[in-house]
Write a protein that binds this ligand. Structure first.
Ligand code: XMP
Length: 523
């Protein structure tokens, strides 16, 4: 993100590569203070220009005495701005200011008890004994000059250190994680009491700040956005439209694998209500013909991903033809979890289970400058921003829908007939889940078409029709999931409506598998 005008208080978080860096940023925002993550090697002069009220050094996997350990510009310590070091951050402060850090014989990992010093401002209003979460191998054996110990755990006499006059503190444990139950208050004490920040940051101020940043980045240029109808791209569209009006053009590819009424809903909302320039591309025939006879799930996903990029690129190129300089920017609704997931892809075998396709991540071959205003946020924060921008509950709280759409909910080959069946069944699931008050309570609920025919009887006639599987799952992040214990009357209603109303279906099964070992989508 570009540095923004110092219109309000902010805390800068120097990232040393901890998996929790963003969680720190989020905790600070929960204290209603704006926070921004910047690389650990940012120059002190640049940090001064950003005028932070406080700086937090995140944790990180390195050891401070390793030859290539990440270091800060030493000028940071002379800015007179309060600093809080967490884990690696504490060790770095100690190392830089003349203390000593050594490998510990007792790696501290997991829960521990902290004896907190009453005089330390970080523990204001907290009990003397605190549960904390540790994750470190090194420990501090000699304090830097002027620092005092302000808290101990069993294995670390210097689990908390501080220099009250210079307002520099260090915590060996992680206050940002939920396993440190009073950690939020410790961070709140830092931002409010030590740094003196008032609680002024709100979703509204995020929107204002983002708009300023988008305008600063884009100038007079034009932005293209791939709209999927999902939460992230919808909120990004609304935010960009607020920032630059009709210099935003959205491209919506209708690959024919969408849910009932989706194309119309997107058009009505973005073109009708928001008056956003929207290009809808009807590529239904193209996708269907490329998918003809393809039964392997991975091949289906790959074909859809590839075709999607082609269609999108052609549309973007057409826009650029008329104004190559102007359409330099591509907006994406990337969220923080997407950033972590894509980072972990290289080493994480889980990423190979399915080739994910998102509207984001496009298109690599065209040289676009990316605009990613939601990059620092978590999903629930994005939803609040969306609501504030005037998007309805239907859009903001809708369930996730996979990029390859209904194609991965039809097992085996995709045909127009099977698409019709799964689309009609899906519409009934959504309708009944909403009517029963369950839709917004679960992570996902949908119908899957199995290419299995079985014998049934309708009226006096024998039928030989398809089976629909109903899948409803609860999940926090899609990585693990449990099936939802829906009430029998609701299951009965959904089952009888689908079997009676959707031609070609005579049986419904309820999927009672967890993830792992199953996945949420069937393909
Ligand atoms: P699985 O099936 O892997 O799904 O357990 C986990 C979550 O991801 C969604 N999903 C996708 N989302 N593009 C997406 O944007 C995809 O290709 C894709 N595949 C699965 C799925 O709906 C669930 O919420």
């Amino acid at each position: 993100m570009k540095p923004s005008p110092a219109a309000e208080e902010k805390i800068l978080i120097l990232d040393f590569g901890s998996q929790y860096t963003q969680v720190i940023a989020r905790r600070v925002r929960e204290c209603r203070v704006y926070s921004e993550i910047i690389p650990y090697h940012t120059k002190a002069s640049k940090i001064r220009a950003m005028a932070p009220s406080g700086i937090i050094f995140s944790g990180g996997p390195a050891s401070v005495y390793a030859p290539k350990a990440p270091r800060v510009d030493a000028g940071i310590y002379d800015l007179g701005v309060p600093i809080l070091g967490i884990c690696y951050g504490l060790q770095l402060i100690a190392h830089d200011l003349g203390g000593r850090v050594e490998p510990s014989n007792h790696r501290e990992y997991g829960p521990g008890k902290l004896k907190a010093d009453a005089a330390c401002p970080l523990f204001h209003g907290l009990p003397r004994s605190l549960e904390v979460w540790n994750s470190h191998g090194d420990r501090l054996t000699r304090l830097p000059r002027g620092f005092s110990p302000m808290g101990q755990t069993e294995n670390s006499p210097h689990a908390v250190i501080g220099h009250a006059r210079r307002r520099i503190f260090g915590l060996q444990f992680h206050p940002e994680v939920v396993h440190t139950p009073r950690g939020r208050e410790i961070l709140s004490n830092f931002v409010h009491r030590v740094c003196g920040c008032p609680s002024t940051w709100t979703t509204g101020s995020f929107i204002e700040r983002s708009c300023r940043e988008i305008r600063a980045q884009v100038g007079e240029g034009r932005v293209i956005l791939g709209l999927s109808g999902g939460v992230d791209s919808s909120v990004t569209a609304a935010l960009l439209h607020r920032a630059i009006g009709d210099r935003l053009t959205c491209i919506f590819v209708d690959h024919g694998l969408l849910r009932a009424g989706e194309v119309e809903a997107v058009r009505k909302l973005f073109r009708g209500e928001f008056k956003i320039r929207l290009i809808t591309i009807n590529a239904r025939r193209r996708f269907l013909s490329r998918l003809k006879g393809v039964t392997d799930p991975e091949r289906k996903r790959k074909i859809i991903g590839r075709e999607f990029i082609r269609v999108f690129e052609t549309a973007a190129r057409n826009l650029r033809k008329h104004d190559p300089e102007g359409h330099r920017f591509l907006a994406q609704g990337t969220l923080y979890p997407d950033v972590i997931e894509s980072v972990s892809i290289s080493g994480n075998p889980a990423a190979l289970i399915k080739s994910h396709h998102n509207v984001g991540g496009l298109p690599e071959r065209m040289s676009f400058e990316l605009v990613e205003p939601l990059r620092q946020l978590f999903k629930d924060e994005v939803r609040l921003v969306g609501s504030e921008l005037g998007l309805s509950k239907e859009v903001v709280y809708r369930q996730p829908f996979p990029g390859p759409g209904l194609a991965v909910r039809i097992l085996g080959a995709v045909t127009p007939e099977r698409l019709r069946i799964v689309r009609e069944a899906d519409a009934i699931v959504i309708e009944e889940m909403k009517a029963a008050g369950w839709y917004y309570k679960v992570w996902q609920s949908f119908a899957v078409l199995l290419p299995v025919r079985s014998v049934g009887v309708m009226g006096d006639e024998r039928t030989y029709d398809y089976t629909v599987a109903l899948r409803t799952v609860q999940s926090h992040d899609g990585m693990t999931a449990d099936w939802v214990r829906l009430p029998y009357p609701l299951l009965a209603k959904i089952s009888s409506r689908i079997i009676n109303e959707v031609k070609g279906v005579n049986r419904l099964c309820y999927d009672v598998s967890t993830k792992p070992p199953s996945t949420i989508e069937w393909e």
